[in-house]
Design a protein around this ligand. Structure first.
Ligand code: SAH
Ligand code: SF4
Ligand code: F3S
Length: 441
């Protein structure tokens, strides 16, 4: 054994997937996973740079680690913040000796050796071929598998750091993705989540996202296919048709809207209008009955007026989202939004007030929708034990969280439940016993 390694993950599912790849690679190299940073010989923080807050958390954690870690431990920072800050991170935190960006994990074992020998090492070059095809991920989740199908991003939303931290868009070859999915099914996993920054723009030179959905959706043993995050402009008719026709593709789309004002959307360079977004929603709803829609919204983007914000509120109402992640705009160094006139800055108290109003509206909408679902029946996949008591946390195809009674042996199994109660966001369910004879993959 080469040592104990502890990985802590921040940010999006792509980072979770990257952590799985890094741990898999290090396991192949003789490292064993540690349960806590205090025991570890190697501590990796796989970081996010999307908002200032995300980076502040990592800096705080780095400080904390100083008092926790073994004197001989090596600390590495990987991921988007590592890519963004590069050498500045080494200067800022003296106990960090490794800085590796999202395309540099192939060098991880070698750089780790050097770091453990006392050097400080950095790898932040982009590799537009890199998909870590030969790495075997160490999967954290036994019920669903994250499957990266695309890395990088070719959009240039003016607020966003991701194109700078993850480089240009590239897709894996479809047969490689299918092979990975067959592999996870063989491990007993029946739900897969396809990952990419604009995942529905997937194209491997031969096959597009519609082909990918059909191919993955037909792998024997796959019962649920999800994907995140799509871009509204990449929902071609072919993709919508594939979603509707492939039975394993779940009735849920996370469709980032960002703003309901065409004027703001233009300044964000989102490349669609309010009407274009609503039209995309309509096409999806027409094709997929019972579709659950969730979204991301930013408030306080430079130049956002009270009127623009009202348009965001009315778009949220018009769509009827099941849930939304809501963010206050956070300026990211080097992005075009930071070059907008100073006078466009939305004061923090205004942004905070808008955020509160938006959250209240999203919650009220979700609550009303969820109350309307009470009494309905759903198939759920049991994901884990719930925080509360002896309950299990399960999920419907349309992405609702349902708490059901039962023990750990049900994790990974499908049940039929009746939705009996809701907090407004999550449900309680009663298991319907007569359906238990349904085939379980
Ligand atoms: N690729 C995905 C989004 C990834 S980032 C997509 O295009 O949909 C996740 C979310 O973070 C974004 O949808 C956006 O709502 C938010 N976000 C990104 N940059 C931000 C910033 N500078 N300030 C606040 N929120 C931001
Ligand atoms: Fe960022 Fe826009 Fe790319 Fe999403 S599509 S990662 S928001 S630049
Ligand atoms: Fe964060 Fe990078 Fe994901 S900036 S949201 S970890 S792509």
């Amino acid at each position: 054994m080469k040592g104990l390694v502890y990985v802590e993950t921040y940010g999006c599912q792509m980072n979770v997937s990257d952590s799985e790849l890094m741990l898999g690679r290090l396991a192949a190299d003789g490292y064993v996973e540690a349960d806590s940073p205090a025991d570890a010989d190697v501590i990796l923080l796989n970081t996010c740079a999307i908002r200032d807050h995300a980076e502040q958390r990592v800096l705080g954690r780095l400080g904390e680690l100083k008092g926790l870690m073994k004197a001989t431990a090596v600390v590495g920072v990987t991921g988007c913040m590592a890519q963004r800050m590069g050498p500045a991170l080494l200067e800022r935190a003296r106990h960090v000796s490794l800085v590796i960006g999202p395309d540099g994990y192939r060098a991880l074992p070698a750089l780790l050796e050097r770091a453990r020998a006392g050097e400080r090492a950095i790898e932040t070059s982009f590799d537009l071929e890199e998909h870590y095809e030969d790495f075997t991920p160490r999967r954290f989740d036994r019920v669903k598998a994250w499957i990266p199908v695309q890395r990088g991003c070719d959009y240039r939303c003016t607020y966003c750091i991701v194109p700078m931290t993850r480089g240009a868009e590239r897709s894996r070859q479809l047969p490689d993705v299918v092979r990975e999915v067959e592999g996870v099914v063989a491990e007993g996993i029946s739900e897969v989540v396809l990952l990419g920054q604009t995942v529905n723009s997937y194209h491997d030179g031969v096959a597009g996202f519609a082909d990918l959905l059909r191919a993955v959706g037909q792998v024997p043993g796959v019962r649920r296919v999800r994907f995140t995050s799509p871009h509204p402009n990449d929902f071609s008719d072919e993709v919508v048709a594939a979603m509707a026709e492939v039975p394993t593709v779940c009735e849920h789309v996370h469709l980032p809207m960002q703003s309901g004002s065409t004027r703001v959307l233009r300044r964000m360079l989102r490349r669609y209008t309010r009407e274009g977004y609503l039209e995309c929603v309509q096409r999806l709803r027409d094709a997929i009955p019972g579709l659950c829609l969730t979204t991301d919204v930013i408030v306080g983007f430079p130049g956002e007026t009270g009127e623009d914000f009202e348009e965001t509120l009315s778009a949220v109402e018009a769509v009827g989202f099941d849930d939304a992640f809501t963010f206050k705009f956070s300026p990211r160094e080097g992005t075009p939004a930071t070059r907008m006139p100073e006078s466009d800055t939305v004061p923090d108290e205004v942004a905070t007030e808008r955020l509160e109003r938006l959250i209240a509206l999203v919650r009220a909408g979700a609550r009303a929708r969820n109350l309307g679902l009470l009494g309905q029946r759903r198939e759920v996949l049991v994901e884990r034990t719930a925080r509360r008591g002896d309950l299990l946390q399960a999920r419907t195809r349309d992405f609702k969280t349902v708490l059901v009674p039962g023990d750990e042996s049900l994790i990974g199994k499908y049940l039929h439940v009746e939705l009996t109660g809701t907090t407004g966001s999550t449900f309680t369910g009663a298991v319907i016993p007569e359906r238990k004879a349904l085939p379980v993959a």
